[in-house]
Design a binder for this molecule. Structure first.
Ligand code: HOZ
Length: 429
């Protein structure tokens, strides 16, 4: 057993001062058993805990670390920018550079507003969709997670699902009465909901590749169908690309699948590891935002120079050296290896992967939506997680999260992970 004496002591102390000992629920390891470890160093594809244990990291700070941890050019950009001031609350040139970069990389985004988290981005995009269309209802999908926005915490994924509160306490029923929740990958359900609520649906928000109930892909024609149905209904199509943006292709899932949403939400990668969010889209919609229009949205730290400097560097680096082809090759190698390991162990499993996002479920049925994901044997997943951790491989501590590859992972890291998987699976039979 790895020694975690220092981590355990820190967690004991943390429990006195932080609810559950953490600042974000999934980190508490409650879904997988055991206690969280505390990290004080990360580099490339590795993290080290305070007891000196090393792990190959497939969480990547929940997505942002696509270039690897402590990427030298990002560190340099943040240090240099910090010397000139950490926050101005006055427009700064880096905001313009960032906005131009996002608009140039994601063609559906003609104008963008920076904010401070993915939650802020989706919350603001929903408000904007409602203000623009003068309609109230929003369609979301089971298992999709759009941050901890009141009206979207309905059948939500991620920590809400992990801890059995997909509909959170503390959200008045009145706040979700305009939220329609449908199964993912079911166009008929969308068609029926739009027909049943004529002229009332402001928008449909979705993770184009859901990554908060594990990972599942849109079936062929699904995103195209949503695009067509929303256009016909006068509703906006809102892609939550907080996870998938700048990850599944430089232009995100919308580039990968060739779909043009009306609004898009971003976070994670565009901050290069600093807190950030953004939403953007069609000019006529974005111009409804204050100060031009009546939809209010604001933020003291929005466009923060440190976050802009880190994010700009990350996005520029992702434009170099076949970054996405390399991520795809690593993903394919991992997918193949995990499938082979499960086949040899004779365990029912499904490995879902889109680009550098992946998830393994312990079920023999295809996983295309939340109901399918719920068929996975979560007790077995928990044992798998703990076994992998002992082997020095850190996966997300919940069945309902995505694994992320980075450009710092090597084929050797992947092979080591596959070998560890094969070993751990033998113990799960
Ligand atoms: N909601 C995040 C992943 N889906 C978890 C963030 C965190 O715990 O840091």
């Amino acid at each position: 057993m790895r020694s975690r004496i220092k981590s355990d002591a820190l967690f004991k102390e943390a429990l006195n001062y932080l609810p559950g000992g953490v600042n974000s629920p999934v980190r508490a390891f409650r879904a997988v058993g055991g206690q969280p470890f505390f990290v004080n160093r990360a580099k490339g594809a590795r993290v080290w805990d305070v007891d000196g244990n090393e792990y190959i990291d497939y969480v990547g700070t929940w997505g942002p670390a696509i270039l690897g941890h402590a990427y030298p050019k990002i560190i340099e950009a943040v240090q240099k920018t910090a010397e000139a001031g950490t926050s101005f609350g006055i427009p700064n040139p880096l905001e313009v550079t960032m906005a131009k970069l996002i608009c140039a990389t994601v063609p559906s985004v003609k104008k963008v507003r920076m904010c401070n988290s993915g939650t802020e981005a989706t919350m603001s995009a929903i408000r904007l969709a409602r203000g623009f269309t003068h309609r109230d209802k929003i369609i979301k999908f089971e298992g999709c997670y759009h941050g901890h926005v009141d009206s979207l915490l309905v059948k939500a994924g991620s920590g809400a699902l992990t801890f059995g509160h997909p509909d959170s306490a503390g959200v008045p029923a009145a706040f979700t009465q305009h939220t329609i929740v449908l199964p993912f990958n079911d166009l008929d359900a969308v068609q029926q909901a739009l027909a049943a609520n004529p002229g009332q649906v402001a928008g449909i928000i979705l993770e184009p590749v859901p990554g908060n109930s594990g990972v599942f892909a849109p079936l062929p024609g699904y995103l195209e169908g949503l695009r067509q149905l929303t256009s016909e209904a006068g509703a906006l199509l809102i892609f939550d690309e907080v996870m998938t943006g700048f990850r599944l292709a430089r232009g995100g899932a919308q580039e990968r699948y060739g779909i043009t949403p009306d609004l898009s939400c971003f976070g994670k990668i565009i901050g290069g590891g600093l807190p950030v969010g953004a939403f953007g889209g069609r000019t006529d919609i974005m111009d409804c935002l204050a100060p031009l229009g009546p939809v209010y949205q604001a933020g003291t730290l929005s466009g923060n120079p440190l976050a802009m400097a880190a994010g700009i560097t990350a996005l520029e680096e992702l434009g170099k050296n076949d970054a996405y082809a390399r991520l795809e090759a690593l993903g394919a190698r991992l997918e193949h290896g995990l499938r082979e390991a499960a086949r040899s162990a004779g365990l029912p499993s499904r490995v879902n992967r889109v680009g550098s996002m992946f998830c393994a479920y312990f079920t023999d049925q295809p996983v295309n939506n939340l109901a399918d994901a719920m068929k996975s044997d979560r007790e077995r997943f928990a044992r798998f997680f703990r076994g992998m951790l002992e082997e020095g491989i850190y996966l997300a501590p919940s069945q309902f999260e995505a694994g992320f590859l980075s450009l710092a992972h090597t084929p050797e890291d992947v092979d080591r992970t596959v070998a560890a998987t094969a070993k751990v699976l033998q113990t799960l039979k």
